[in-house]
Design a protein around this ligand. Structure first.
Ligand code: HEC
Length: 144
């Protein structure tokens, strides 16, 4: 029994080392200041502080994003997040698309879906506050 346990631990250890070899894309595409979010300054501050890790080309990659399998999961969130809305490439969006994204940004915060729950565990201050939500609402209503 003891021997069996020892072999199991060794195999698990080898598997853990093995999965570290799988390449993970953690690249931040170059940032073009001309395309970056150019909405109201108050809104930009909120997005930068609470959303840019997944919805921009300026993601922060913490140490645990270098440890598989967590790294796969984080890289996937960033990839999906950038695909949904990339505030670093705001300038590429048509006026109509921008309006759509403003509405989605508002809706996701209203329904408390963003930032995603798992991110809030490691970033406890990332929840959007009441005051910040009011700013987002004004932005949506064109009052900023
Ligand atoms: C940890 C990564 C992460 C953070 C931080 C994050 N998001 Fe997301 N976001 C995602 C992922 C992944 C998706 C796509 C899957 C989904 O909709 O859940 C997404 C989807 C979205 C969408 C598209 C939703 C739709 O209509 O389908 C919007 C809008 C959005 N996020 C806004 C925000 C805003 C605003 C913030 C900051 C307050 C934020 N996100 C923070 C990962 C993140």
């Amino acid at each position: 029994m003891k021997k069996f346990l020892k072999i199991t631990v060794i195999l698990l250890g080898l598997a853990f080392i093995g999965i570290q070899l799988k390449p993970v894309d953690r690249t931040n595409p170059p940032v073009d200041a001309d395309l970056d979010f150019d909405g109201p300054e108050e809104v930009r501050a909120i997005l930068q502080a609470k959303c840019y890790d997944c919805h921009s080309n300026q993601s922060d990659w913490p140490w645990y994003s270098y440890v598989a399998p967590i790294s796969w999961w984080i890289a996937h969130h960033v990839e999906e997040g950038r695909r949904e809305v990339n505030y670093s490439e705001w300038g590429k969006y048509s006026e109509r698309r921008k309006e759509e994204k403003i509405e989605e940004t508002y809706d996701e915060i209203l329904d408390d879906l963003m930032p995603i729950k798992s991110y809030r565990i490691t970033h406890p201050d990332s929840k959007v506050t009441e005051e910040e939500f009011i700013i987002i609402e004004k932005w949506l209503d064109g009052e900023l």
